[in-house]
Design a protein around this ligand. Sequence first.
Ligand SMILES: C[S@@+](CC[C@H](N)C(=O)[O-])C[C@H]1O[C@@H](n2cnc3c(N)ncnc32)[C@H](O)[C@@H]1O
Length: 281
Amino acid sequence: MNVNDFEMIARLLKERSGLLLGQDKAYLLESRLNPVARQYNFKGFDELAQAIRLGKDENLLADVTEAMTTNESFFFRDSKPFDQFRDLVLPHLLEHRGSRKSIKVWCAACSSGQEPYSLAMILKENEARLAGWKIEILATDISREMLVKGKEGRYSQFEVQRGLPINLMVKYFKQDGDRWQIEDAIRRMVTFKPFNLLDDPSAIGRCDVVFCRNVLIYLDQTTKAKVLARIAKLMPPDGFLYLGGAETVLGISDDFKLIPGHRGVYGLAGDVGDAMATAVG
Ligand SMILES: C[S@@+](CC[C@H](N)C(=O)[O-])C[C@H]1O[C@@H](n2cnc3c(N)ncnc32)[C@H](O)[C@@H]1O
């Protein structure tokens, strides 16, 4: 691949998904895009690059963008955030949303569904306390392929062995050939929709909890700041934001404050957020 093609494709990816791709990732670009070239019957990478440069085929541009996303995910990833959700956040919401009896959680980069389904299983395990409550779990991602997989809720042996406690696997999954199908009761708790984090999320509406984990790491600082500012606008003053283990708001956003002692869990800055952080921290 020549430098011009690399720069042209890197620019496209940054525009379409916010992905920041350094020159050292040229090998990654080529290895991820070669299957797209084959899928479109191009003779090779050069022909693919030419078609991208022409910019006429929207499907091709979307496929190229998707091919460059990293979709790694697993159930109860890093475990602690999910323990915190169950032990701190859920009790807080039960106490403070009593008059509305509704909770909305947004998984803003849900990949193949393990994250929203992990939350759905926690909420299902607590259904006695949530009787009469309206629970919404919105799961969005830029990748159409991942959204299809998430909606299906079918996972390989390897995927169900990663992070999923055995009791929950037995309770909520059924083996079907070499796949494990998540039970309908859990599947129905999650709504999957396409959403690009570069777009304005105001139509998503108020979210009590936002999981935006392991996606900001791929974006440049300006885009991270924009995404965080827009998420902050959707959250009530005592809302919660979860980021991935390698992500932080430090130096990027003043809207959020780490909840002391809880890595990766943030509240909104301000009096209510501070009081909430002290209460749950
Ligand atoms: C590494 S996965 C993280 C999945 C899950 N949140 C977790 O922590 O396990 C990152 C996801 O972000 C999605 N993504 C990347 N850029 C995006 C964007 N601009 N808008 C929405 N989703 C995006 C990718 O498609 C991918 O599924």
